[in-house]
Design a binder for this molecule. Structure first.
Ligand SMILES: CC(C)(COP(=O)(O)OP(=O)(O)OC[C@H]1O[C@@H](n2cnc3c(N)ncnc32)[C@H](O)[C@@H]1OP(=O)(O)O)[C@@H](O)C(=O)NCCC(=O)NCCS
Length: 240
């Protein structure tokens, strides 16, 4: 630690900026004796080390909850109070890319969607990690009684959670419960963009059968798409 004509704090600031700033805050412009400065310097150094350690602790706790453990996946109904969590993936261009909806840009339009589409929907669930929604999964029945034997599954999670096995787990959970909840259902199907290999892999891992490509099947976001069709029958072998 050095001292200068301009006062002790100036020199400390240059050697250890954060601690020097703290000394400056404590001493202001008053002149202190060198041993008093050393004492304050030591105290601040300890304080900043403690702060550092407590920040690391907080980061580690955050990592345990949000970073490494992706096993606590649950499905539940949405609540209006989920709006802020919902906004995370609803405003994520990466996540909406292969979905029929456009990326949301305001809280109002997202809330409108929750109220008008999600809450009245016959089967729409939040995919929760450690109890907090990080995405959604839905099963939409066919409106016509002629086709009531089948329903379509759809899903999305925020891009920061991709590749952790979360949606595969969620799809398996749905596959294991929906045929019990809806005894009339015989076929759960999924239509996936041909250029969305991640989603196709999810369905394969969850035990769905790839049936083929429906060429130029749907116009989505201004482009006509080829869609790959997958299905799982109520009688098919179910994976845990
Ligand atoms: C597609 C999506 C649902 C996958 O969810 P996820 O939780 O990341 O999926 P999982 O981690 O369970 O499995 C993804 C699998 O796809 C694979 N995958 C991902 N991207 C891939 C790519 N570009 N090419 C090949 N495989 C790919 C992963 O490696 C993994 O397979 P593995 O376990 O054999 O390695 C997620 O990316 C998403 O929400 N995308 C945006 C919305 C969307 O596309 N919804 C589906 C509309 S049909």
């Amino acid at each position: 630690m050095g001292l200068s004509e301009d006062g002790p704090t100036y020199a400390i600031y240059h050697e250890v900026p954060f601690v020097g700033l703290g000394v400056f805050a404590l001493t202001g412009s008053s002149k202190l004796l060198p041993h008093e400065i050393q004492l304050q310097y030591n105290l601040l150094l300890k304080w900043s080390t403690d702060l550092d350690q407590s920040e690391q602790r907080v980061q580690m706790e955050h990592k345990e909850v949000d970073g490494d453990d992706f096993s606590d996946i649950t499905l539940r109904l949405f609540k209006l109070s989920d709006i802020d969590d919902f906004m995370v993936w609803a405003t994520d261009d990466e996540a909406s890319r292969f979905c029929s909806w456009e990326t949301f840009s305001s809280k109002e339009s997202t809330m409108e969607y929750i109220v008008n589409v999600i809450i009245p929907h016959s089967w729409f669930r939040a995919i929760c990690l450690n109890g907090r929604p990080i995405g959604s999964i839905s099963v939409t029945p066919n409106e016509s009684s002629k086709y009531m034997c089948r329903a379509e599954i759809g899903y999305v999670i925020g891009s920061k959670y991709w590749g952790k096995g979360i949606v595969t787990r969620a799809v398996k959970m749905v596959a294991n419960t929906i045929f019990v909840e809806w005894p009339h259902l015989e076929r759960l199907e999924a239509l996936v963009n041909d250029d969305n290999p991640g989603s196709q892999r999810v369905l394969e891992k969850a035990g769905f059968q790839r049936e083929g490509v429906l060429r130029r099947y749907v116009i989505m976001k201004g482009r006509t798409r080829d869609m790959v069709i997958f299905s799982l029958l109520s009688t098919d072998h179910r994976l845990d």
